[in-house]
Design a protein around this ligand. Sequence first.
Ligand code: TPP
Length: 581
Amino acid sequence: MADTIDGGELCVKTLKAANVKDIFVLHGGHLDPIFQACLDHDIRLIDTRHEVAAGHAADAYARQTGRISVAMATAGPGYTNIITAITQCYLDCTPVLFIIGASPLRDAERWPLQGGIDQVAMAKPVTKWAMQATRTELIPHLISHAIHEATSGQPGPVLLEIPIDVLFNQTEPEKAPIPESILPVASPAPSESTLKAVISALTLAERPAIICGGGMLYAKAAEELRQFAERSGIPVYSNNKGRGVIPTDHALCGGALTNIKVAEATGMGTPDVVMMLGARFGMFTEPGMLGPGRIPSDDCTIIQIDRSSAEFGRIRPAHIPVVADCGEFLIALLNKSTDTDWPDWSEWAGGVHGLSSWHKHAYKEVVKKTKLLHPYEAVQHIVNAIDEDAIICADGGEASGWVEMVSKSRNPGQLMSHGYLGCLGIGIPFAMGAQVANPDKRVLVITGDGAFGFNVQEFDTMVRHDLPVVTVVLNNKAWGMCVHGQQSMYGGNRLVVTTLADANYEKVAEGFGAYGELVEKAEEVGPAIKRALDSGLPACINIITDLEAVLGDTSGEKITQAKQSEGKIAMPYYDNLEKSS
Ligand SMILES: Cc1ncc(C[n+]2csc(CCOP(=O)(O)OP(=O)(O)O)c2C)c(N)n1
């Protein structure tokens, strides 16, 4: 009989062709042929204690490496558990291949174990592409197609469901050719005329700005961006995903998008021409949780560079829409602008950078007034105790806000935080993915105590896989952002389902074999972080912080406005409602 190959081996050999080295999984017998083949083909399996953690870790791994990343979950509950992670990849445009087990094709409509649901249909609204493998020999083709879908155009998650009978089945190798390599699709570059229009619009500006988003993370063009910013003198803002494309202490770094509102409030004015590099308009630019008013203002000229035309005209008109990869665009722009005579914007750019650390002055006195440690001060001590290249994963309601404000970034991907899903629990899994992708870097999680609870079981994964991530809990014994929201909306005596227990989280971590410490005083934070890093183990530092400390952005101001105005109704997180007459 001729040699045969099973679906698992086909799967793994195809993933090798795409240079996949690590896969995040939680076991299910439906997928065993894949796991067995990984043993033979030198692919590392990082097995987690909850499927959502495998999915989030794969998400972080893709953000860190800029390459396709892979997560697997078994049929039925394994799949339903991982859907949150798929959804986050979808909203944040992360290229992850999810391979999902399924009950036998043969047993459709017979109520088989972990079956009876249309998994592909469930995936369609939250993936770029979702498909079922109906024949074993189709597996290599479907995987390479899936990877191209995930990584080309606007990146995003893809899902391949492989029913157990299709995976265990065997075929002759010549019926299922495996591609030699699966190379990234060439990225689109801008045309000459577009570049001319971009340069001309920028040179006419009085207060130009560049806004970077996730597109810059995958473009791997931080160096080109820095060169262009320095050559033109245009300051650079970025959202969470684009952070670090220019170092936070660079004289042209404007920091977070919310700083545009700070510039407006100080009378400095806001940008009149912005160049959006792989950044979208949406919750980070529109009125709502981040305060009233739009970023940038309505009369601003918008140059928008994105790999997908679907973003143009969404919410805001793009005056110069450019379908291009941000890296290709910046290279072409640098070449085209060697002789450009850029106006002198140094006063504006200096002001923009100066305001990026507004919080240092704003919180200097505030931190002295809380009875317990203020989270702003706690994060300052953490940041001062770690090396400049450490990766920080922020999680929690207000906790992540403090981290975004205080932490410094020298490189893209150095801070990973919440995106459009606003999903608590990402911190620890993100850190696991980042640590696997960067074995030589130190990785920390800074999280609220509420968010910490979602994936605390992953200390087991970190211990087993030697991932020395340091997790710091900012423990205010509450769902802090929710408490503060209820206080503003309903008054302090109307708190409901928003408080938490006084738990020894460091002891939970110790129970898994990790290093743990409890910290209550400011001066203890730095030394405790250093001891945790030196332990070489996964670690948990439980810092007691003051619930009285409220993050400036929390809806208070907006709610007060609504309360004072007849025609408005306040809602948390979104713009106020207009009362219907
Ligand atoms: C998975 C998920 N569940 C619920 C929420 C709603 N939510 C947003 S912020 C928040 C409180 C977070 O509390 P914690 O993590 O302790 O951070 P803190 O605000 O106290 O800093 C909650 C419950 C969410 N965003 N995600």
